[in-house]
Structure formats: structure tokens, C-alpha cells
Write a protein that binds this ligand. Structure first.
Ligand code: ATP
Ligand code: MG
Length: 214
């Protein structure tokens, strides 16, 4: 039987993926939130899970260290998608990529006046494309987390970040000023693995497709 490796991240992606895996007849034998193991066996002898950082999932799948993975569109846009087949939007881990700024900052008139904006973000590629398409000049400052802090201490005029409830923005006196795009997580497959291991991968893909909630 052909062996399959699936790359996942802990937290919301694992939680939202567990029911989809179950629909495909796959159940982890360890809880990644409890276990320190990075390779988790499943009830199926030929299927294992590897637990990696959310932003590393496309890299593992691109190089074939994992055959399948689940990654946010945010992460896939930054990665670029080389070597990946992206057949299915799983409609999980949904949120929005937004521009946010301090309550007192008049973003629209800054844009209208052609001001050069300082933007702090983890999503440099996405931000660069967004502002280039609008013709807004920006200096991008790469951060790895806690983007909300940047405008509060004068590091940036605005941020590009994921927003779901908006509570974190509110707690820091920030407001969303523009939506860039809706975000959800996708199933990704190594292009070579799909050809070589089609008999094992196709049923998993079909079960996921049938289990996706619209
Ligand atoms: P790390 O915690 O390793 O730095 P991360 O913060 O990107 O990485 P998660 O918070 O687990 O990892 O997010 C995983 C994915 O879930 C993101 O890539 C994104 O697609 C989605 N996501 C992030 N924040 C939210 C949110 N507030 N609501 C819904 N989905 C989200
Ligand atoms: Mg996080």
C-alpha cells in the first residue's frame, strides 16, 4: 500500500481539519495539542501526519516531504505556490485580509492625496500587490507577529493583517479601513505525488470534497 504523509499545523487548522480527515477515514492516534511528537501515526497504517508551522506547510509539500497539506490562502500567496496543486477550498479557518489603521488616521484621504504610507505586515507579497494595484506608494516593514502594535508606537501608519472578529483591532484602538480579500484554507498536493500516488490520494480528495461545508 502506498504511504502518504499529510502536513498540518496545530491549532485552528488541525481542529477544523479533523472532521474532514474523519470523513476520509483518517484519525490521528495522538492529539498534537498534547503530544510533543511531530510525526503522528493514524488509524491507517499507510497514512501519517506531520505537524509543522502554518507558514511551513507549503514548503514541506512543495519538496515532497509531505504529499498533502492544508494551508491558509494567506500562507499560499506568500509562498507563491510553486510545485503545488491546489484543487480544493476547504472553507475552514475563514477570516479576511484587511488594511487596518489607528482610529484617528484618515486612510482614505491619505490615499487620495498620494501620501507614501508605511505599512507593517507579515504578508509582504500580498500587501505589495494590493498597494501596487491601487497605485499607492508604500514602504513595507516585515514583522512576524503582533502587527497591531506597530501603528501604536510609530513604526507604521497602518498594517495588513488577518481579521476575524475585529476584537484585537478594537482592543488596540485600530479599525479596519479596507478589505484586501477573504481568506480560507485549501488542500494542497505535491504535483509529482498526485501523479505517482493517485490511487491513494484521489479517494482522500474525493472524501474531502464531499465533506466540505459551503
Ligand atoms: P504561527 O502561530 O505558527 O506563527 P499562524 O499564526 O499563521 O502561525 P495560526 O494562527 O494557526 O498560525 O493560523 C493558521 C491559519 O489560520 C492562517 O494561515 C490563516 O489562514 C488562518 N487564520 C489566522 N487567523 C485567523 C482567525 N483569526 N480566524 C480564522 N482563521 C485565521
Ligand atoms: Mg497565530
Amino acid at each position: 500500500m502506498t504511504a502518504i504523509t499529510i502536513a498540518l499545523s496545530k491549532g485552528r487548522i488541525f481542529e477544523d481539519t479533523a472532521p474532514l480527515l474523519k470523513a476520509a477515514g483518517i484519525e490521528a492516534l495522538d492529539d498534537p495539542e498534547v503530544s510533543r511528537k511531530l510525526i503522528l501515526p493514524t488509524n491507517r497504517a499507510n497514512v501519517r501526519l506531520v505537524i509543522v508551522r502554518a507558514s511551513d506547510v507549503p514548503t514541506y509539500v512543495q519538496y515532497g516531504a509531505a504529499d498533502l497539506g492544508i494551508a491558509g490562502k494567506d500562507v499560499l500567496l506568500e509562498h507563491g505556490g510553486a510545485g503545488l496543486y491546489q484543487p480544493l477550498d476547504l472553507n475552514i479557518a475563514r477570516c479576511r485580509m484587511m488594511v487596518a489603521a489607528p482610529d484617528g488616521f484618515d486612510y482614505d484621504s491619505a490615499v487620495r492625496q498620494g501620501a507614501r504610507l508605511r505599512i507593517a505586515t507579515k504578508y509582504v507579497q500580498t500587501a505589495r500587490e494590493h498597494f501596487a494595484a491601487k497605485g499607492v506608494h508604500v514602504d513595507l516593514i516585515k514583522l512576524y507577529g503582533s502587527m497591531e502594535l506597530a501603528p501604536l508606537v510609530g513604526l507604521a501608519d497602518a498594517i495588513v493583517d488577518l481579521v476575524s472578529s475585529g476584537n484585537t483591532l478594537k482592543a488596540n484602538n485600530l479599525k479596519a479601513v479596507e478589505e484586501i480579500m477573504p481568506i480560507s484554507s485549501r488542500l494542497i498536493i505535491n504535483q509529482a505525488a498526485l501523479k505517482l500516488k493517485r490511487e491513494t490520494i484521489q479517494p482522500i480528495l474525493d472524501a474531502f470534497s464531499a465533506a466540505v461545508k459551503l
